[in-house]
Design a protein around this ligand. Sequence first.
Ligand SMILES: Cc1cc2nc3c(=O)[nH]c(=O)nc-3n(C[C@H](O)[C@H](O)[C@H](O)COP(=O)(O)OP(=O)(O)OC[C@H]3O[C@@H](n4cnc5c(N)ncnc54)[C@H](O)[C@@H]3O)c2cc1C
Length: 389
Amino acid sequence: MSPTYDVIVIGLGGMGSAAAHHLSARGARVLGLEKFGPVHNRGSSHGGSRITRQSYFEDPAYVPLLLRAYELYDDLARATGREIAILGGGVMVGRPDSRTVAGALRSAREWDLPHEMLDAREIRRRFPTLTPRDDEVALYEKKAGLLRPENTVAAHLQLATRQGAELHFEEPMIRWEPYRDGVRVHTAEDSYTAGQLVICPGAWAPRLLTDIGVPCRIERQVMYWFQPRNGVRPFLPENHPIYVWEDAHGVQVYGFPAIDGPGLGAKVAFFRKGTETTPETIDRTVREEEIRAMADHMSGCIPDLPGTFLKAATCMYSTTPDEHFVIARHPAHPDSVTVACGFSGHGFKFVPVVGEILADLALTGTTAHPIGLFAPARLAAAPAPGART
Ligand SMILES: Cc1cc2nc3c(=O)[nH]c(=O)nc-3n(C[C@H](O)[C@H](O)[C@H](O)COP(=O)(O)OP(=O)(O)OC[C@H]3O[C@@H](n4cnc5c(N)ncnc54)[C@H](O)[C@@H]3O)c2cc1C
């Protein structure tokens, strides 16, 4: 008896919704199973905005994937008519030898990406909202900007459904097992068979992927929205760029222009100051002292931003020891199972190209995209990432 589906996708958040789209676009019979409803706010793909940029300070190896992701994001906007990206430019700010600036410059040079280097005076002249110290510089990238995570997930789900994928919400996978040449997946409602399984569990990776040897630390992260002190106009996308800003101690903050209309403010967050948590126990309440610490930090670099605190929301990172992703065939089930996890707080800008890679791996067993950096074997002996302050 042949299996009911070609591919079952577990988790329909950022990565899984993109996989469901790319698989069904190639004619595969797809079943998607999601623990919560469509486009929810309990994982890692919510909060109204995500930064995208090409001069990638994390590693130049990501650049070809970013170039492809930009094309696919364009296709997605065109195919669905949704607002997916606002590319108003961005700056990576810090001392010249900081990871943020030196790393971005390395990627820009290695891949010949259009960019400009700005000294502190030029940063202040072009972007009057930003007040860098005299020893800080910026790499400016015209193509940087922001993505709309909820619209992206909704667009991928919409296309997948249109292409015949069957998507079940509020139906978590309980377990799976190898079955004949493929897999069998169990939920509380039913069990399903397929030739291939694609697991995109986000912050549930430590629970669902215990057997791939990836020590993944789940972190509680907070996003803050402030109403700027002197009105929102200087913070509109035409005046205020997205930024990643590293201080002399290596602490990075990032933020966005005011994109949601007057009164809804501009969003800012610390990049990596998370605390360890689990999806079951995460504290969704944001404390007064956390808000004060964020406002204090911002008054040093964007003094007009922390005018009035509007709201905050929590989200989860799934961080690997080297902060690189895990995208691969399952080491113990290389013929039938593909995994994508450990996106370490910087995965959203890659969502559509990860969908394409997962479809390649599930349907052909291989991909032409460069994913060597994401092999789980590199982490086999690594300890779980330690607590950061
Ligand atoms: C505050 C914050 C800011 C960020 N900023 C940026 C940024 O500026 N730029 C950037 O590129 N990236 C950013 N990221 C990272 C990026 O958003 C994530 O890497 C990305 O969203 C991860 O997608 P995912 O599909 O792995 O996880 P998710 O979108 O959370 O999807 C996982 C899904 O699996 C489902 N699931 C879990 N268990 C089961 C089960 N048993 N059965 C069925 N379904 C299940 C979950 O319900 C969930 O829907 C940020 C993340 C956070 C939290």
